[in-house]
Design a protein around this ligand. Structure first.
Ligand code: 13P
Length: 273
């Protein structure tokens, strides 16, 4: 029997499945992939919110496609700077993304933290910049293999998330998205178990409850990310605290990503019936 869930209907959280393309697909490939993806999505998938996060150079192309053809997709970005403008060669500012119709911005992805030195204070400042311009941050948290082996996963999640929660009002927490992405599961083909993902998501929700109260905790959406595929997607979202997925490799091809979305939609539908 396929995995099902009923908690989302109770809390009213709409599942969010996000495609993080990382540094893949130029704007021509983006055009083809987004059009192909949209043709594969039908009324059955409407319950799932789908965001596409292409490289910066593709954003205008994907924006025009989504708006011009009324595609059932929302535009996302992978990163931005915390300042609204300035002498920051190579960076992109939040208001620039907002002008392009971007709705979700990934903040503090482990690759930004590990490869580009983004620290927790920059994550906080970037979350504030994204919110200042009316967009929604997808805040990434997750432990390394060493931290997991040392049994310090919850400590790490707390250290990453609490500084963000401290600068947000409870209403802002309720509209936040947090992505739990264990570093060891990203791009390795070794996803977390759905039990581990569930435990981490429940812990993240408890942090939001402690910081912002029950309504904030009921509103915040928590994604799982790390080697998600069409084969395992439903297992994650069947967990009561997992409200969606942040997908890397399996989001690059329209056919495979559509299958991920389809299995999430089916999981929610069967829970509702
Ligand atoms: P993979 O799905 O390729 O493991 O990447 C996960 C990720 O980092 C999404 O942000």
């Amino acid at each position: 029997m396929a995995a099902t869930r009923d908690s989302v209907e109770r809390a009213g959280r709409r599942p969010l499945v996000s495609a993080n393309w990382k540094m893949h697909h130029d704007h021509i490939a983006a055009l083809h992939t987004v059009r192909d993806l949209s043709l594969r999505l039908g009324p059955s998938e409407q319950g799932v919110e789908v965001s596409v996060h292409p490289p910066f150079t593709d954003l205008r192309t994907v924006q025009l496609l989504i708006e011009g053809e009324h595609l059932p997709l929302v535009l996302g970005a992978q990163h931005c700077h915390s300042a609204d403008q300035g002498a920051f060669t190579g960076e992109v500012a939040a208001p620039m993304l907002a002008r392009l119709g971007v709705r979700y911005v990934i903040v503090g992805h482990s690759e930004r933290r590990q490869l580009f030195g983004m620290d927790d204070s920059q994550v906080v400042a970037t979350v504030q910049a994204v919110r200042r311009h009316g967009m929604v941050p997808i805040v990434c948290v997750g432990e390394t293999a060493e931290q997991r082996d040392a049994g310090t996963t919850e400590q790490r999640l707390r250290a990453q998330l609490e500084p963000v929660l401290q600068v947000l009002a409870p209403e802002a927490m309720a509209s936040l998205v947090v992505a739990y992405e264990p570093v060891w599961a990203i791009g390795t083909g070794r996803p977390a178990s759905h039990v581990d993902a569930s435990d981490a998501a429940a812990f993240i929700r408890s942090l939001v409850a402690a910081a912002g109260g029950a309504e904030a905790a009921a509103g915040v959406r928590i994604q799982y990310g790390g080697s998600v595929s069409a084969a395992n997607a439903a297992d994650f979202v069947a967990e009561p605290d997992v409200d969606g997925l942040l997908v890397g490799g399996a989001s690059l091809q329209a056919a495979e990503f559509a299958e991920v979305i389809r299995s999430v939609a089916a999981c929610y539908r069967s829970a509702a019936s």
